[in-house]
Design a protein around this ligand. Sequence first.
Ligand SMILES: [Zn+2]
Length: 288
Amino acid sequence: MKNNCNFGIIYIREVPELLLLTLIREVLYVETKVCKRCNIEKEINDFYKNGKNYNSVCKECKKIEALQYAKKNKEKIKEYQTNYRIKNKDDLKKYYKKHYIENSEKIKNYHKEYYANNIEKIKDYLKENKEKIKEKRKTYYEKNFQQINTKHKEWLRNNKKEQLKYEKDRFHNDKIFKLKKQSRNLIRSSFSRKGQRKKYKGEEIIGCSIENFIKHLLKSFKKNYGYEWDGKEKVHIDHIIPLFEAKKEEDVIKLCHYTNLQLLKAKDNLQKSNKKVFKVKEDLYESK
Ligand SMILES: [Zn+2]
């Protein structure tokens, strides 16, 4: 090995002996092996390495075997995977987090592309599993309420302009959204006007879910005017018996019950507030 002949640009005397042998072997001939399954002679790289030795079955055949096995043992594999996930929950969490941070751009692009290519499929899935998804979201939200809230607040702080524009657009185009917002404002202002702090949740005060409340309001508009509200005409949520009749917090709560609330055209509501002819009924809550 100590001659000075050229081997490419490397002088042979500078190359360790073992590496040299490997080089020569790779240049001179390609090792092959016959697969025990398909009986085809293939290059050695077409076999998986098992420690120092190569498998007796080629990669191609191994893949087919694995697929067949998976098909036959679906339940078993599923169980194994579930157990594995439970056992290694913390490690997996760490791993996924690290993986996500290191590959966030790639993952985002992948999702974007997948979404664009499968939009119909996704829509169908969402439609079919509406209830299930709703339930899952609810549980997740309840469990992670604190964290989500903090993150959302932080996002709002950093995206004030976008948020305002979004709300404004939606307020003008989505009548349910509009009513929800008005309902919340109404509850809030009812109490602050009376100098009391809101200690009950909106739905508790109104006496029904916000969805039903909105249905109630839309119905009341139709009843009052004989046609459906188009979402454009300016409306107010009106207290049938006005709030200024309330003397104590208890009265405010009574007057904010949905049975005392209706949807009026803004101009009618303003006209109405000039006439003070109402009294708080003691049995308003019960009379519902
Ligand atoms: Zn094979």
